[in-house]
Design a protein around this ligand. Sequence first.
Ligand code: GUN
Length: 288
Amino acid sequence: MTATIIDGKAFAGRIRAQVAQHVARIKSDHGVTPGLAVVLVGEDPASQVYVRSKGKQTGEAGMASFEHRLDAGTAQEDLLALVAQLNADPAVHGILVQLPLPDHIETDAVLAAIDPAKDVDGFHVSNVGLLATGQKAMVPCTPLGCLMMLRDHLGDLSGREAVVIGRSNIVGKPMAQLLLGDSCTVTVAHSRTRDLPEVVRRAEIVVAAVGRPEMVKGDWIAPGATVIDVGINRVAGEGDKTRLVGDVEFTAAAQVAGAITPVPGGVGPMTIACLLANTVTACCRIHG
Ligand code: GUN
């Protein structure tokens, strides 16, 4: 069997086109331009790439983009003061503080300072709690993008066996909540899970979010399973080049899976598209 490749790039393009239409309508009907503020502290190269891409796509969707680049030594109180300023700014509807933050800054304190109504990452405990209790929440962008691809490919997810590998606050935990919300039977596996291959073998849906290159082997995948690969890992390629690989051994997994997302071109583009969609949602909620 050879898996269907789930084209996240094309799907994300369709979402961005819908977002752009929605933005145009908000502008013409309400005279409001949805605005997203992105805060980057320090010079982490991967974060810089993401932030540049976010800024570009926000502009292309007709939204206002505000970028705040602070140096790595920025004091926590200065970062909190910036967040307070963005909370109060009526031109800003969404606030994203890029993670990871430098070690001297308490991430939880910064996330707690963001107005939950502008928390387009869905990382504030108030949004985490709303999601966990099945209420209307801002939903973290990466798991939201994964859920959209799963629904698009499989239709109703009710009753399906899903295994999420990874228990991060950014992906693993909210992914599990979303799958539970769609009535899947959910297992969250992690670094202490005993016999991970056997756990993964029972899954009809596998979401891999561990951040370890090609850790999930092709022979762990059940025939016909749908595999969503959240990993974006840079590894040595030919000569002095590097290449991107996911958390799943793609070529081997694609021999048995029913469908699989590629890296790049799978989950990555969906994350930014969902961020734009969340910003429009935040703008609509703020402006009633
Ligand atoms: N770092 C890696 N992924 C994310 C994300 O989705 N949001 C933020 N704020 N930082 C990240």
